[in-house]
Design a protein around this ligand. Structure first.
Ligand SMILES: [Cu+2]
Length: 184
């Protein structure tokens, strides 16, 4: 925790640009209707939790040292589970973030203490919404690279997954491609 240090102008500039880029969801291929089955992405997941889409990390323009990771987690237990932290070896810090619209209608993002995966439900981390913020990348990411990410779940096991670096949402999983099972 280094709460006392004021952010540098360069950092603020980056945050603004990142926000702009992350707010644009740039869906480049809508999912094929009927295609969304019960596919589950590979994950070293604890019992009761699984990934229901391919996790990915947004490829940012050269020079950017902050980016975001997206994924969807399904909880088949009868209790809500809380993701309370995340970590990746490619960045100095990983934060749980959400987007919100401020009073003047501008999209902003902020850190949240936890992300709840509802019992018998799914939480989607996706552009414009909840996401993992990867801050201070040690090295530039490359398209196609697999980024290991660990999600820490309170009083439950950790999820260990690999997220692929790409420019936009994977073509085979449009915005609502993994929403089934959302209903109560
Ligand atoms: Cu963020």
């Amino acid at each position: 925790m280094r709460a006392g240090i004021p952010p540098s102008p360069r950092y603020l500039f980056q945050i603004t640009l990142v926000l702009y880029l992350l707010g644009a969801s740039t869906v480049n291929g809508h999912h094929v209707p009927g295609h969304h089955g019960s596919e589950v992405a590979e994950c070293d997941c604890p019992a009761g939790l699984e990934l229901v889409s391919e996790p990915w990390v947004r490829l940012m323009p050269p020079g950017m040292t902050t980016t975001a990771a997206y994924l969807s987690v399904r909880n088949s237990t009868d209790e809500d589970l809380r993701i309370v932290a995340a970590e990746t070896p490619v960045a100095r810090r990983t934060e749980l973030h959400s987007h919100f619209q401020d009073a003047s209608g501008i999209m902003r993002m902020r850190e949240v203490a936890e992300i709840t995966v509802p019992s018998l439900g799914t939480v989607d981390l996706e552009p414009g919404g909840l996401h993992l913020m990867l801050i201070d990348l040690f090295e530039p990411l490359e398209s196609g690279q697999l980024v290991p990410i660990t999600l820490y779940v309170e009083e439950h096991g950790d999820l260990k997954l690999q997220a692929q670096v790409q420019r936009a949402i994977p073509a085979d999983q449009g915005h609502h491609g993994h929403r089934q099972g959302h209903e109560h």
